[in-house]
Design a protein around this ligand. Sequence first.
Ligand code: ADP
Ligand code: UDP
Length: 237
Amino acid sequence: MEKHEQLYSGKAKSVYSTDDQNLLVMHFRNDTSAFDGKKVAQLDRKGMVNNKFNAFIMEKLTAAGIPTHFVKRLSDEESLVKRLQMIPVECVVRNIAAGSLCRRLGVKEGIDLNPPTFELFLKNDALGDPMINESHVRSFGWASEEQVAAMRELTFRVNDVLKQLFLGGDMLLVDFKLEFGLTAEGELVLGDEITPDGCRLWDKNTREKLDKDRFRQDLGNVVEAYEEVGRRLGIQL
Ligand code: ADP
Ligand code: UDP
């Protein structure tokens, strides 16, 4: 697939057009960021690790009947995806309290959330990705009522699939963020990525952090932890 001009370069990935107007190349770079881009670094191998990790997870989700933008992995750092009109809303599910939930509600990190929570955030770095609700999404026209319901349903289905998958590697899926978009045919599908950059993953027994909190909290061995997650899932990195 011929890669044409760069359409967008975000904090961790760049997106290119291709010969086919409905397909894009997604390049996973080594750039890492946290706190809405205020903390940044280059981490060796991260682009490759996340691209291979994402491909593995997207294939698992496809096999479980969840529609995604993923077509195929092209190289170490690049994958082919369907071009989406992105819905500018991040869907977050939490199984265990951590991160912004603890800061916002003053709860202790590590408490079980039963049932899991579902939260929406506006994708807007300048505003610090503020939390929003379904009413905002509808009033501002970011998505329809049916689309919000579908995003919620798909997010919980992804949670069911991934919780089991990570548990198989003795890991707890604490929380994660998903983004959705519409294909040229108007189908709502999962977009963006699922990697340890956008999930919290803890060792089931020690609760050691194996995700981007290692970068946020300066715990070191960030990519090594991502590789450990991959090894436990049997991913060839
Ligand atoms: P950010 O924009 O948050 O800095 P990235 O560096 O990961 O994030 O950039 C990837 C961008 O590509 C994101 O804005 C994401 O919403 C967008 N994106 C993800 N999947 C698709 C897709 N299939 N079609 C179009 N845009 C996409
Ligand atoms: N997340 C993400 N991108 C964002 C915000 C959050 O991938 O812009 C992920 C984050 O890695 C975590 C989950 O969503 O797995 C919940 O994040 P939280 O709201 O706790 O915010 P944070 O602690 O990252 O500020």
